[in-house]
Design a protein around this ligand. Structure first.
Ligand code: ATP
Ligand code: MG
Length: 415
């Protein structure tokens, strides 16, 4: 079974020079430090490993001492949980003291530091997240994670209900890791427990839900998994509105090389601006994220009632007034719907604007041009510019010099 896992990639982790230095300094007769969690999982899957976390018998203050003695920088990023970020040759590593959760209340855990790798593995969420790798290349698997990884299956460690009640965020993580790593249907026991414990999500902070949901939206099987969430009654609570699965699928196909969680969220859950406002509140979105959802909503409303076919000129006009990425997302989301009707040259124009091959049009006229033409400074300048902008939009957003001159001449005639 395990031959589908990449043992070579796992061992080559240990050949990374900075990591070798780190593990060399943190392993001896008294203390043991291993690579743990996502790095081991991803290496075995042959996927890129960007973050390497380690777990260690050393207490936090010992990590700091040893790091300094070895000439590494140590930053106490999460010292109350036992986590120190150690920087080796410019690369950051999170080093966490072995832990046991002694008390949990559904969202926080009281932890004790320990020296037992097996107990530290068992407090983790899923079997595939609990593997560790020693400096000597030995792989430690206390929870049957290797078999589940080989089967591409996400399974809770221990009893799913119990593990969810310790920390309800594990419901969201179950779906998120399923979406990213599974190739089979969700584990029936985990799925049933997630559904049954659903109301526990309400005690979590919105920030934690947001983090997992946005990661889920860009995971490999985001669309299937969102449907599973819907089938099990999670979406009304998470989104508070309708879900457009077809639009999500089309946007996911369109952006798969560089997925953006907010555009995917827009496709799934935004039809009018009120949706953008509600999602900002529910998911604690930033101003910039909210601005993207609102831009999508405005363009969607505009284009759903756009009776004429969209051509390159209309696309240029829309790009002058709206976010080009939002426009691309709306056109991807609504492809195959009756409206808008989109000509091939409109898509080509959009591609040019998105890639920068064609600049986003900017009104080729400034207040200073009007002043130079003899209009006195004052509110009249703003009015004339607004009129000029309307004419410019209606005429196709030309920006060449001859057009700019002619536009200025016409505006000055009105002044
Ligand atoms: P990613 O590549 O998405 O960061 P990861 O495995 O590193 O994947 P993290 O969310 O960064 O995932 O968590 C690191 C590790 O900590 C996990 O692999 C898991 O072992 C453990 N862990 C994190 N959150 C929880 C939790 N809520 N309950 C139990 N274990 C957890
Ligand atoms: Mg991680």
């Amino acid at each position: 079974m395990t031959e589908v896992l990449d043992r070579q990639a796992l061992l080559s982790l240990l050949e990374r020079p900075a990591l070798r230095r780190l593990l060399g300094a943190f392993n001896d007769d008294a203390e043991e430090t291993r690579i743990v969690g996502g790095a081991v999982r991803n290496a075995l899957l042959g996927r890129p490993v960007t973050e390497v976390d380690c777990t260690t018998t050393m207490l936090p203050e010992v990590i700091v001492e040893r790091a300094k003695a070895a000439g590494f920088k140590a930053v106490p990023t999460g010292i109350e949980h036992g986590t120190i970020t150690v920087i080796v040759d410019g690369e950051p590593y999170e080093i966490t003291t072995l832990r046991e959760d002694v008390e949990t209340d559904g969202r926080h855990a009281v932890v004790h530091f320990g020296r037992d790798f097996a107990l530290d593995a068992r407090r983790r969420d899923f079997t595939i997240n609990a593997l560790s790798l020693g400096l000597d290349g030995r792989l430690y698997d206390y929870t049957d994670g290797v078999a589940d990884l080989a089967d591409r299956r996400v399974r809770f460690i221990g009893d799913a209900h119990t593990r969810i009640r310790e920390d309800y965020l594990r419901i969201m993580r179950f779906f998120r890791f399923h979406a990213e790593y599974a190739q089979v249907d969700p584990d029936p026991e985990g799925l049933a427990a997630a559904g049954a414990e659903r109301q526990g999500l309400a005690i979590l902070s919105k920030e934690r839900i947001r983090h997992e949901l946005l990661k889920l939206l860009v995971a490999r099987r985001a669309e299937d998994t969102i449907r599973i969430l819907a089938d099990h009654g999670f979406l009304p609570w998470l989104l508070g509105g309708a879900a457009e699965f077809g639009r999500l699928s089309r946007v996911a196909a369109h952006d798969k090389d560089d997925p953006d969680p907010i555009w995917r969220l827009a496709a799934l859950a935004v039809t009018v601006e009120e949706d953008a406002d509600r999602l900002r509140e529910r998911l604690r979105l930033s101003n910039d994220e909210h601005r993207k959802l609102a831009a999508y909503a405005r363009l969607l409303s505009l284009l759903k009632t756009w009776a004429l076919p969209l051509d390159a000129m209309v696309v240029r006009r829309l790009a002058a007034d709206h976010d080009v990425e939002a426009l691309g997302t709306v056109l991807a989301a609504t492809a195959g719907e009756p409206f808008p009707i989109v000509h091939a040259d409109a898509r080509e124009a959009l591609d040019r604007l998105r890639s920068g091959a064609e600049p986003v049009p900017i009104l080729p006229l400034r207040g200073a041009d009007l002043v130079e033409g003899g209009v006195p400074k004052g509110p009249r300048i703003g009015e004339l510019l607004a009129q000029a902008r309307q004419a410019w939009l209606a005429e196709g957003c030309l920006t060449d010099e001859a057009y700019a001159k002619d536009l200025l001449r016409r505006v000055l005639e009105q002044a």
